[in-house]
Write a protein that binds this ligand. Sequence first.
Ligand SMILES: C[S@@+](CC[C@H](N)C(=O)[O-])C[C@H]1O[C@@H](n2cnc3c(N)ncnc32)[C@H](O)[C@@H]1O
Length: 274
Amino acid sequence: MDKSEWEGPSGNSWAAEWRRTDRSFAVLTERLLSRLRGQRFTQAIDIGCGAGELSLAIARGRPDARVVGVDVSPALVNAARGRASNLPNVAFDLADAAAWQPPAGIAPQMLVSRHGVMFFADPTAAFRHLADIADSGAQLLFSCFRDPLDNPFFTEVGRLLPQVPPPPPADAPGPFGFARRERIAQILEGAGWEAVAIDAFDFPMVAGAGDDAVDEAMAYFTSIGPAARVAKELEADARDPFFERLRRLCEDNLRDGVVSLAAAAWIVSARKAG
Ligand SMILES: C[S@@+](CC[C@H](N)C(=O)[O-])C[C@H]1O[C@@H](n2cnc3c(N)ncnc32)[C@H](O)[C@@H]1O
């Protein structure tokens, strides 16, 4: 899965579903924001910003900072712009972050991303470019998924499909492209970043909440969740039993009005090499 899918169908469905996406990542978002507290910066970029949740949260909390979200999906950039109307210190650019250029005279001091950095065809070149445009001593902070086997949110749903999908190819662009910590360190250190720190972070990924949490979770899993694309293509005789199994999984994971499954991320930080 590379940027071309995000420019089209995946970006479109995420743009239609950004509220559910933001809810699913809420605990992770808080963690990223907590890691930014106390950090000094006035220029930040959000790589693969999607519908802009992280950019918007940083801009709200740091009125002194200027935040630019960069994404390749026209639908997601539109969604992000639509959410930013009252915030003067955030902007969204439709661009490939691997080639994005800041306005003249501006150099980002903080580069952040919530799960937006695993899709580069050539990640070393992309991170080298990001180091080149960053200010000296700039900081990098991003999250990405760990191994699929540590992510029941993906594997448990995939297992319910009539044909269990093969594991994603290791190290290829896609949601699990940065699953191996050795690979992350190698890419960043080969691209002009130092002091690389990679911390495991487990969090509940929320699929549904509220009065109809199970229905909400069903809607999530069949529109943007890990099995959504395959589910949409199933014939009725395969789809209906899949939906039944999925509903049971959602009911089994309903606690206190919330349907969530475990997810496992890396939180990665680094500094532009001096
Ligand atoms: C898993 S989504 C995460 C979106 C957002 N950060 C969030 O947390 O909701 C990955 C995002 O990366 C974007 N993306 C993929 N390749 C990109 C690239 N080369 N440059 C900029 N954005 C990219 C996609 O369009 C998508 O919005």
